[in-house]
Design a protein around this ligand. Structure first.
Ligand code: WTA
Length: 658
């Protein structure tokens, strides 16, 4: 197997010594029957009714799975339900109105608590307000908010009236917001004046204003006042203040709209193999069933828990495991606005301690930072409330895995390493924490009912220990149904490579490389497409390259990932200028500005290397893999077949890796 990241070459698959779940955990876990894998196999696809049973349906579904038009599968077709009803109302009806739904921890130590009753009131008022603004069922509402309570409230208000939301991560740029609004034909925007970044007030509204200038249609806008006097702002005629609106609709309730299981719940834009972001479509029934089931079976959440997923709701992890999964189960979900190191590096542990958090879920990039900062910070706090730890977003190698278990989990908490994607909606690969042995460095087997395989170029399973492509062979409820911009792109991005439509055999390709061991445990190695994973965030190298080549004076650019201790991957940009001239310092700044304005600061390269030319094959293709090896200081092998082999030494010297 040959590809641009070179996973075909021999790389050791690192796993540490296996660990069994401790008895105390296994005895109380939500899923304790080791026979669940067999049961799910035997009853597939009806086994997924267990997931659907975690929800309240307005009308029962007719079929569990309809595979008549693969790969456009339907789950629980004929069923009707409302996601906001499932996440809010039914917990009131169950007599849990005073149970805490959301504990919000603000950047500057502010705290807010929302009971299920409070959430019900706020979601209803904002749902009524959205209706008042003219939002109808199936209108896409764009939400561009940081981690403040208005974000999940707005999402649930949309769900209540059957308007799909499209949340755009608050750190993305005005251009990125405009592209997503245009692609989704969205005429409604919910944003805020600004938010605090580190200690400073940061203006979000000016980004939203700029985006609206370039969006094709008129946009009704709601602005949440987060900063008060720290950032005074003026509202235009087509802008409404969130709190004023809610006051106007105070006390109003809106009947939850009964949605078909297959109706869209939300859109989430993510980076793809081509420059244009992909609008991943998730539905109401299958998605909600799958996130509720995995919150129960993998994260082991119970309604009595205080659960904390330290991610941002602007990405899929936050949608599934801060908002929809935990609230569907009626638990208390913690929402944190700030960063792990502000005001000090023990901020997260202070929050765990004070709230007696039971289950904690975060990304390897954070864990590697904690490890670097040292155990003194967690040691200052009582973390004995923790029962289970989770990891998501990137591969976690044995060292940080063990550190996490040892220093955050007292050497005693199980750790689940969960592999999944925006497109899978919910967890696909993980151990079941009450049943399975854990192997540090390997995520685990496919969940019960999930058919993952690691295959070679021809689609045949690889031998244990070998690297191959990570694929999923059968449909699952939380899967994306299509891409908003078209079914063709959905097929070509995910299904064409390994499926055989003539024989009606459909295989989903994840874009990841992985290895599998004798026990079916998967070690994910990383992306093999044009996506790089920086601190657990998916970025498209092509999008960054096109932002660079937009700068006048730049001829060509190639962006690659360089392994990094804390971020997992750092962005390295190789740039040639028109005429091969040495650029002046302003070009470097213009490149950074262009990336920040088309994507956002998260896509800023950690290194920009100027070179007279980029290395190319005889047919003129840029050799990105070679550049990646140079960035990573790896052995380059024979480069004589390049069209311009002489350039390699120069680039190495510039990169400081000679
Ligand atoms: C990577 C985030 C290794 C992977 C939920 C995938 C992981 C991409 C893991 C999806 C894991 C996610 N081990 N790699 N446990 N979890 N990934 O869409 O490359 O933001 O394809 O979804 O993150 O990123 P996305």
């Amino acid at each position: 197997m040959v590809d641009r990241n070179g996973w075909g070459r021999d790389r050791p698959v690192p796993t540490g010594s296996p660990r069994s779940p401790p008895d105390w955990f296994a005895q109380q876990a939500n899923v304790t029957d080791g026979g669940i894998y067999e049961t799910f196999e035997r009853d597939w696809p009806d086994c997924w009714e267990r997931a659907a049973d975690l929800l309240s349906w307005d009308e029962a579904y007719d079929t569990v799975l309809n595979d008549g038009n693969a790969p456009f599968y339907e789950w629980f077709a004929g069923g009707k339900l409302n996601a906001a009803y499932n996440c809010v109302d039914r917990h009131l009806e169950a007599g849990r109105k005073n149970h805490v739904a959301i504990r919000w921890e603000g950047k500057h130590g502010e705290r807010e608590t929302y009971t299920y009753r409070d959430l019900y009131v706020e979601v209803n008022e904002f749902a009524a307000a959205l209706r008042g603004l003219g939002v109808e069922e199936d209108d896409v509402v764009t939400i561009y908010l940081p981690m403040i309570p208005a974000l999940p409230i707005a999402m649930l208000a949309c769900a209540r009236i059957g308007a799909p939301h499209s949340v755009v991560f608050a750190g993305l740029s005005a251009d990125a917001l405009a592209t997503r609004m245009d692609a989704a034909e969205s005429e409604y925007l919910i944003t805020c004046d600004g938010y605090y970044r580190r200690g400073d007030a940061f203006n979000q509204k000016s980004k939203a204003d700029n985006a609206r200038l370039s969006v094709d249609r008129d946009v009704e806008t709601v602005v949440v006042d987060r900063l008060g006097d720290d950032l005074p702002h003026v509202l235009g005629d087509d802008e409404r203040d969130y709190h004023d609106l809610c006051r106007e609709y105070a006390g109003e309730t809106v009947e939850p709209v009964s949605r078909d299981a297959e109706d869209m719940l939300f859109l989430m834009y993510t980076s793809g193999t081509t420059g244009e972001p992909k609008g991943v479509v998730h539905t109401t029934g299958g998605y909600l069933a799958h996130v509720a089931w995995t919150s129960h079976a993998v994260l082991d959440i119970t309604p009595e828990d205080t659960y904390w997923c330290a991610a941002d709701i602007g990405w899929i992890t936050g949608h599934s495991y801060i908002v929809y999964g935990p609230l569907a189960l009626g638990t208390t979900t913690v929402m944190y606005e700030g960063t792990p190191d502000y005001p000090d590096r023990d901020r997260l542990w202070e929050i765990v301690d004070r709230n007696a958090v039971d289950v904690f879920y975060t990304a390897p990039t954070a864990i590697r930072a904690f490890m670097k900062w040292g155990s003194d910070y967690p040691d200052r706090h009582d973390l004995s409330s923790l029962r289970l730890l989770g990891s998501v977003g990137e591969p976690i190698s044995p060292r940080p895995w063990n550190w996490y278990r040892e220093h955050i989990g007292r050497g005693d908490c199980p750790v689940v390493d969960t592999w999944w994607q925006t497109e899978t909606g919910a967890v696909i690969v993980s151990t079941l924490p009450g049943i399975d042995e854990m192997k540090p460095g390997a995520a685990g087997p496919g969940l019960p009912g999930i058919d993952v395989a690691v295959v070679d170029e021809a689609g045949d399973p690889v031998e244990p220990g070998q690297a191959g492509y990570l694929t999923i062979g059968r449909p699952w409820p939380g899967m994306a149904r299509t891409l908003y911009d078209g079914d063709d792109r959905f097929r070509s991005e995910y299904w064409d490579r390994f499926s055989d439509p003539d024989r009606d055999e459909w295989v989903y390709f994840s874009g990841d490389a992985a290895a599998i061991d004798e026990d079916g445990y998967i070690t994910v190695l990383g992306r093999i497409d044009d996506v790089i994973n920086v601190s657990g965030r998916r970025l498209s190298t092509m999008e960054i390259e096109s932002a660079i080549t937009d700068v006048s004076g730049v001829a060509e650019a190639a962006v690659v990932g360089r392994s990094s201790e804390v971020n997992g991957t750092d962005i390295y940009a190789y740039v040639s200028t028109a005429g091969g001239h040495d650029p002046d310092a302003r070009v470097r700044q213009r490149i950074v500005d262009s990336i920040e304005s088309t994507i956002g600061p998260i896509a800023k390269p950690s290194e920009i290397v100027f070179t007279p030319e980029l290395p190319k094959t005889r047919s003129g293709k840029i050799m990105r893999r070679l550049l990646e090896d140079i960035a990573n200081g790896e052995d380059l092998g024979d480069t004589s077949s390049l069209r311009n082999p002489e350039i390699v030494g120069e680039i190495q010297a510039e990169s400081g890796s000679e």
